[in-house]
Design a protein around this ligand. Sequence first.
Ligand code: SAM
Ligand code: GLN
Length: 293
Amino acid sequence: MTEKRYELLNWASALLKAHHRDTNIGEILLCERLQISRTALLAGLREPVSDQDASWVRECVSDHVYHGTPVQYMIGSAPFYGRSFKVTPDVLIPRQETEELVWRVGQWADRYFSNQKQLAVCDIGTGSGAIAVTLALEHPEWHVTAVDVSAKALDVARQNAALLGAKVNFRQGDLLEPLNGESFDLLVSNPPYITSQEMDRLDDTVSHFEPHLALFGGEDGLDFYRRIINDLPLIFGQSPYFIAAFEIGAYQGKAVKELIHSAFPHHIESLSIEKDIAGYDRNVLAVLRKPAL
Ligand code: SAM
Ligand code: GLN
């Protein structure tokens, strides 16, 4: 007898639950396989599922349950800020909390650059391009440049910009080095920030599948912040303010704030740690005054 959608989904959620995995994964996979929305899926729960579709879902669910393969790599995409981004194992899967960084960048830019519309913005360590592409689409008048050291990641980011119709300049290289000689008003970065200790304790879905190049931030997880903050003056332009906006690990707020404070002790207009929706410290935002530099 042919299986009904709800029967397949019940099988999936029971297995996922028993292995402490996200129980929604069966629904995500079936929607993707049938190319329908979640609403359409739920409206037709008594519809039959073909044997081929059912066995694809079963294989993917088992792969996730027993090996930890992230569902986003299986379906090749991940949602970010209301859009779908292509992802491959060469890029970090964009996280929900990173959407908050994108939103805050818009808020702070409005506050400090209210008279200036055409901001020059750079995204350091762009990965899938989630931050850079979203900023370019949400603020079409901005000039967005995105850097990554990984050619394979940049390839995915370029495809996302093309698929979503965003104009972004892509550069391959080490942090600010490929921006040599250019100036910017705002830098945004979600650099690798996982510490040595945390690397050993990461969930298998992350540690066995996502690129270590995108995760490991050195012994204390702060290597990339140190280097970026140190090099910031190389990309300062003419406007009176420069904004630096970082995503940080939940326990890195004070340390990153201190790095900025000691690099620019007399030029800080505003420096704050912002929490994510789950209540963890997640962003450090700095507004630096430049004339005195
Ligand atoms: N911005 C994406 C996001 O928020 O989903 C990806 C962030 S991921 C945590 C960090 C990214 O930094 C990875 O794509 C990695 O390849 C890149 N990266 C690592 N070392 C780098 C370096 N020295 N210079 C430039 N990018 C680097
Ligand atoms: N948020 C990611 C994680 O917890 C880490 C991303 C990063 O290092 N910037 O797995």
